[in-house]
Design a protein around this ligand. Structure first.
Ligand SMILES: Cc1cc2nc3c(=O)[nH]c(=O)nc-3n(C[C@H](O)[C@H](O)[C@H](O)COP(=O)(O)O)c2cc1C
Length: 394
């Protein structure tokens, strides 16, 4: 069975990049649009369940080339909320594999993001409110960790500054989680090094005030991430693909393309991307923000694409663009102009799981639909050009 989201006549669609296959590491995606990682706060003891099979399955049905599943904790205290998914123990492999198998059965590539929430762990799911989860409610407010003892915000707990031994153990936990992801059949592993979670608090000088070899200079601040990638690269197969999501700016400088020696900026991100490339990372997923509370920055249409473009051009590594990309034409324009190699979409997929099918329509590309839904395709394809009524299904 052909997956949804493939050009019906590849020759006719040759000029459209969004629907051209994309190769990264040893993986070929059937198109260049994927689901960005989104926490669902629906796991129990870090384990995925029927909700995840249904949620990711419904997205896979409608043709994305890739689905990166939600941030999953490499240790229990590394979860953002008590309801987040995890990969810290072998029992979590089988429930994840159920979801992986569902995604693969629809022809999409299964990915997962692994991470450690650091000083932003033990929170409540955002739809419940912005507060730190108590011990009684399954939280661990007294056990959050960070490079330095600086809370994220006034209402967050003061984190414990990690010892070198704890750093070493956490690096190993990332590698162990990568092995479990591999065993579950995951094909794209993304390391969460963005949004103010543990790794990003190490690389930004605004949240890292250490005086040992993990703080101070740029080389020291990125050491934790590089050691994590080295450990993962040793166990993650070359036949698969390895992505890293970073915050390209922490907006300590409100000029998002300006320098910020006291924090983190796009210039340091380019330097970091060069190092990650040397270590065998395939794609930098270019996000931003989340590291410093209450900084102001414009969140507007495609506001992070400039980061993906700069890193791609200056570090010579493939990039994924993400952030307020909601139209097929815009996604195509980013690829055509060489600003990124892959498009990730988050909230628009929650609003419209048929985003890929709609993007194809807006780009006038005839793509495959899920075979079982083919009764509906004719009207959808023509709805912009002429009035047709569905024939009753025979
Ligand atoms: C409900 C929700 C959960 C999210 N969870 C994650 C996550 O687990 N990891 C991550 O890196 N980003 C997460 N994000 C951020 C998205 O991946 C994406 O970068 C952001 O929403 C911007 O893309 P969009 O404008 O297409 O929504 C989440 C976003 C939403 C709305």
């Amino acid at each position: 069975m052909k997956p949804a989201g493939l050009p019906v006549e590849p020759k006719d669609a040759e000029h459209v990049k969004l629907f051209k296959p994309y190769k990264s590491g040893g993986i070929t995606f059937h198109n260049r649009v994927g689901v960005s990682p989104m926490c669902m706060y629906a796991a129990e003891d870090g384990m995925m369940n029927d909700f995840h099979v249904m949620h990711y399955g419904s997205l896979a049905l409608k043709g994305p080339g890739l689905i990166i599943m939600e941030a999953s904790g490499v240790v229990p205290e590394g979860r953002i909320t008590p309801q987040c998914a995890g990969l810290w123990k072998d029992e979590q492999i089988a429930p994840l594999k159920r979801v992986v198998d569902m995604i693969k059965s629809q022809g999409s590539i299964p990915g997962i993001q692994i991470g450690h929430a650091g000083r932003k762990a033990s929170c409540s799911p955002p739809f419940k409110g912005d507060y730190v989860e108590t011990k009684e409610a399954g939280g661990w407010p007294n056990d959050t960790v960070a490079p330095s003892e600086i809370p994220f915000a006034d209402h967050y707990p003061k984190p414990h500054a990690m010892t070198k031994e704890e750093i070493k153990k956490t690096v190993q936990a990332f590698a162990d989680a990568a092995v479990r992801a591999d065993k579950a059949g995951i094909e794209v592993l993304e390391i969460h090094a963005a949004h103010g979670y543990l790794i990003s608090t190490f690389y930004s000088a605004a949240s890292n005030k250490r005086t040992d070899e993990y703080g101070g200079s740029f080389e020291n601040r990125i050491r934790f991430l590089l050691e994590t990638i080295e450990a993962i690269r040793a166990v993650w197969p070359r036949s698969k693909s390895l992505w890293v999501r970073i915050s390209c700016s922490d907006y300590t400088n409100p000029d998002s393309l300006g320098e910020s020696p006291e924090g983190w900026d796009i210039y340091q991100s380019v330097k970091l991307a060069k190092e990650l490339k040397k270590l065998g990372v395939d794609v930098i997923d270019c996000s931003s923000g989340g590291i410093i509370n209450n900084v102001k920055y414009p969140v507007e249409k495609m506001y992070q694409v400039k980061f993906a473009e700069k890193i791609k051009r200056e570090a010579g590594i493939d990039t994924a663009a993400v952030g307020m990309i909601v139209e097929g034409e815009d996604a195509e324009d980013i690829l055509q102009k060489g600003k990124a190699d892959f498009i990730l979409v988050a909230r628009e997929f929650l609003r419209n799981s048929a985003f890929v099918l709609d993007a194809a329509q807006s780009l006038n590309v005839d793509i495959t639909w899920p075979q079982q839904y083919s009764w509906a395709v004719k009207k959808a394809r023509r709805r912009n050009t002429e009035k047709v009524t569905d024939k009753p299904a025979e």
